[in-house]
Design a binder for this molecule. Structure first.
Ligand SMILES: [Zn+2]
Length: 122
């Protein structure tokens, strides 16, 4: 379980957990640029067109609950005005945008493809 979480956060291949999902270094012009396949186990990172459509729902759930929780906390616990809390949430959303998009893609492919601990690389 810890290996799965670590692999999801580090954006590594879900099958071998060694190779990177995304092209490094990070390019702001193309933040979701992924490697076509795993360099180690040759797993195709985009098995079909539109594969990462489901990742959009994951990012929606993550941002929806996190930002709603943050806004409610700021308004009802810290007594911020609603406008100030909304401005904070918008800034938080802008700052975390690329991270959420990449994390949701990583989470989606880790949900679809199992780790193979007995994988033999020739
Ligand atoms: Zn791999």
């Amino acid at each position: 379980m810890f290996g799965l979480i670590k692999s999801t956060i580090n954006y590594t291949c879900p099958r071998c957990r060694k190779s990177s999902l995304f092209i490094k270094p990070f390019d702001i012009k193309n933040p979701l640029a992924m490697n076509g396949s795993c360099k180690r186990c040759n797993l195709n990172f985009e098995p079909e067109p539109g594969f990462y459509f489901g990742a959009m729902f994951i990012s929606y759930i993550i941002t929806g609950f996190a930002f709603l929780g943050a806004a409610l906390l700021l308004v009802f616990y810290f007594k911020w005005s609603v406008n100030t809390a909304m401005a904070f949430v918008i800034i938080l959303g802008a700052l975390s945008y690329f991270w959420v998009m990449r994390f949701s893609r990583s989470m989606y492919i880790h949900m679809m493809i199992r780790y193979d601990k007995d994988l033999v690389i020739l």
